[in-house]
Design a protein around this ligand. Sequence first.
Ligand SMILES: Nc1ncnc2c1ncn2[C@@H]1O[C@H](COP(=O)(O)OP(=O)(O)O)[C@@H](O)[C@H]1O
Ligand SMILES: [Mg+2]
Length: 314
Amino acid sequence: MEPAIETTNLTKRYGSLTAVNQLNLKVERNTIHGFLGPNGAGKTTTIKILVGLLRASEGTARVLGQEVHVDQADLKLGIGYMPELPRFPKHLKGKELLDIYGRMYGMNQLERRAQIPKLLDLVGLKGRENDLIGKYSKGMQQRIGIAQALLNSPELVILDEPSIGLDPVGMVEVRELVKTISKEGMTVFVSSHLLFEVEQICTHITIINRGVALVSDTLQNVSNLISGPITLQVEIVNLNESVIAALKNLPYVKDMTKSNNTLNIPLKTFDDVRAEISKTITNAGGIIVAMNTKGHSLEEVFIQLINKTQGGKP
Ligand SMILES: Nc1ncnc2c1ncn2[C@@H]1O[C@H](COP(=O)(O)OP(=O)(O)O)[C@@H](O)[C@H]1O
Ligand SMILES: [Mg+2]
């Protein structure tokens, strides 16, 4: 079976600005593929080309085995799409909105009656379907947007920054929903500017910056690629001088800082040394009650990747 999405040298120029530059993207079926990049990276532009809203300047895009052209209605039927920050008429009830969209997809009344309650349940809006959208929170509006994207049981769901503008609770809800959609057998392509979000739900990830894909691989492989020296935060009961001395003896530990019972240990190695650190602390009489790794910011990831692609040291 052909990939859900495959682009070849896809390029989009707005005047002198190249928003998407020779993008080769492959999204395999039944994956959750994160499309990660900072604001202005070219995510929305790419997505608009994939759903036939924008014409590429160069290159091709194939979606569900067909080449994409602008205004190609039949292909759109296989794709569910939620645009960035969807705006829906405030005077409609949630279920009325889905009913109108259902008609637009050519679903008859029987199909709509069967599908709409299922979707309201799936996106956690059961019981709120008769409320006006104007009364929905941002998170509920995003979720009705996702329900809209799922109406015609698409094979591929494309979500453009579904958790933008949401509070932490809303973001968790959307993440859970994306996982649920994937379990229903749909391929999900989801854009985000937040690394931690993509990390938590995606099986695959493409990182894009200034229209150029820096990496595209399984989440595991990308994590390995970007895992550089990290800082360990270790909370220790009985944190005494011999614990600190023992740690300082390790070749990859240099400047630790201490606050209360917590040690911040910046590691001068790319290896995973958590087991050795933990043994060292325990042998010196410390008791570890928590150990966390301080993750990389998206910016650090980019700097590392850009340096790597230019042959420099990360
Ligand atoms: N219609 C447009 N006309 C001109 N420039 C645009 C247009 N849409 C987007 N851009 C520019 O293209 C680049 C990529 O934008 P976009 O695809 O929206 O990025 P993202 O979704 O990753 O934030 C940005 O520099 C943006 O300012
Ligand atoms: Mg965008």
